[in-house]
Every structure is written in structure tokens, then in C-alpha cells.
Design a protein around this ligand. Structure first.
Ligand SMILES: [Zn+2]
Length: 181
């Protein structure tokens, strides 16, 4: 089953990028750790937070697990998540709205074209739209940039993560343990 995440507001950029990769990453900029934890518990999501204060809020982590993000920059944050849950291998860009976390839907080209920049309308055939906010996504700009970013990140995975060959299998199951400090 696909891993679903709940992030607090300190990880807004990471949340957006997990969505751009097609993942289910709930979290709004205003979400506190407490709110993100509540959602993780209620919806069986993995909690991602930068805070070390989890124990202060009710003690037990969510059943789906949690991970404290220690890195400051986005690539390192994505790689940290990827070591536990291989989000880079499962990347399926444009399946989810980067803003709303809603699944996007196909949008016929004739309906998309009046609403996108002229150059895009001339050159793109396939579009997707977010049913919640109406944002339109298309392959050329969005998917290409995302794919390039994913390739670069994969090349930066540390050697230990690669030595297993198809090592993705070995930690593919749910990991209920808390991260080491
Ligand atoms: Zn949206």
C-alpha cells in the first residue's frame, strides 16, 4: 500500500514536493505539530516533522510511524524520507495537486487550452486538473522538471542505500519503530 504522510507547517516545501512526485502528503502551512499528529492518528498516516517535541504531545507516536526530518534543504529532506519509504522510485508526477493534495484528473486539451499560456496551448496535448482548486498541470514544464530533479536525487542516494541491488524490498513494509535520535 502506498505510504501516506501527514506533515506539519514547518515542512511545507517538502509536502509540496511529495505531492509533485504523486504522493499523498497532507499538510498546510498553518498546521501545528499537534494538528499534524492528530491527522496522522485519525487517517493512519506517517507523521513527518522537524520538531523533536513529539513526546510532549500525548507520548505515543502514530501507529503508521513517524520520522523527524533533520535536514534543512529540500533535496536532503527528500532523500531522508526516501531512505525509509522509497518515494523517488514510486514517483508518478502530476497525479496530485501540489497545493491541495487532491488527486488530479485528466482534462481534455480543448478545455485546457483557453486556460493555459499560449505557448503551452500550442505545444501540449495532455493536461491534468485539480478538482479542488482548478490548477492545471501539463507534461512539458512540470513533469520534465520533476523527472530531472528525481534523477538528480537518485544519483545522490548514499552508497549504503544502493548496495542491496533491488534493496527497495527490504524496507518496503511498514516501519512502526521511532527513528533513532
Ligand atoms: Zn489543487
Amino acid at each position: 500500500m502506498e505510504v501516506r504522510f501527514s506533515l506539519d507547517g514547518s515542512l511545507g516545501r517538502l509536502a509540496r514536493w511529495l505531492r509533485l512526485l504523486g504522493g499523498d502528503a497532507a499538510g498546510r502551512p498553518a498546521d501545528s505539530l499537534r494538528a499534524a499528529l492528530r491527522r496522522a492518528r485519525a487517517e493512519e498516516r506517517v507523521l513527518l516533522t522537524r520538531s523533536a517535541d513529539l513526546e510532549r504531545f500525548g507520548g505515543t507516536p502514530p501507529r503508521a510511524g513517524w520520522l523527524r526530518i533533520v535536514a534543512d534543504d529540500l533535496p536532503a529532506q527528500l532523500l531522508q524520507v526516501d531512505r525509509r519509504w522509497p518515494v523517488l522510485d514510486r514517483a508518478d508526477p502530476l497525479r496530485r495537486c501540489a497545493l491541495c493534495n487532491r488527486s488530479t484528473e485528466e482534462l481534455p486539451a480543448d478545455r485546457a487550452r483557453p486556460r493555459v499560456p499560449p505557448f503551452v496551448a500550442r505545444t501540449q496535448e495532455r493536461y491534468r486538473i485539480c478538482p479542488a482548486c482548478g490548477r492545471i498541470y501539463w507534461e512539458a514544464t512540470h513533469a520534465t522538471a520533476i523527472a530531472r530533479f528525481v534523477r538528480e536525487l537518485r544519483s545522490r542516494r548514499d552508497p549504503a542505500a544502493r548496495t542491496g541491488g533491488n534493496g527497495d524490498e527490504e524496507d518496503a513494509g511498514p516501519d512502526l519503530s521511532s527513528p533513532a535520535p
